[in-house]
Design a protein around this ligand. Structure first.
Ligand code: RB5
Length: 145
């Protein structure tokens, strides 16, 4: 899969390890993340990743900030994005299976780096179940309204 990846300063120290992990799973990673010194504004990176996903430049997106919350709020403002904050592997798998989440957001200040990898793996390894199509369509209806 092609994964759009974004992070702010809260994830700067783990971003390389996470990118290497994703590449090691055999994925292509488009890196929109921040690697500089000092603070960075998470909406900038959420927007880049969200746009890449809805434009079809990536199959899905992964966002890492302090909590995952700001990134997810920002990403979900982009039409067509279903971004879920995940702090455990069960939620990560269900985000795909039940909600067809095309982006996940995680918190580098909430979850350790090894669990972050497991969360990525759970999400990327899960498959959407189309029996949930009607509910996904209801979400799209809200978006259009
Ligand atoms: C940055 O301090 C922090 O607010 C950000 O990484 C994120 O957690 C926002 O939701």
């Amino acid at each position: 899969m092609t994964i759009a990846f974004g992070n702010d300063h809260a994830a700067r120290e783990v971003r390389r390890e996470l990118l290497d992990y994703l590449k090691g799973l055999g994925h292509t990673v488009v890196d929109f993340g921040y690697e500089g010194d000092g603070p960075a504004d998470y909406p900038v990176y959420a927007r880049k990743v969200a746009n890449a996903v809805v434009k079809g430049e990536a199959d899905c997106g992964i966002l890492v900030c302090g909590t995952g919350i700001g990134m997810s709020i920002a990403a979900n403002k982009v039409h067509g994005v279903r971004c879920a904050v995940c702090s455990d592997t069960y939620s990560a798998a269900k985000a795909r299976e039940h909600n067809n989440a095309n982006v996940i957001a995680v918190g580098a200040r909430v979850v350790g780096v090894e669990l972050l990898k497991d969360i990525f793996s759970a999400y990327l390894g899960a498959q959407y179940n189309p029996k949930y199509d009607p509910r996904i369509a209801m979400i799209a209806d809200i978006e259009r309204a």
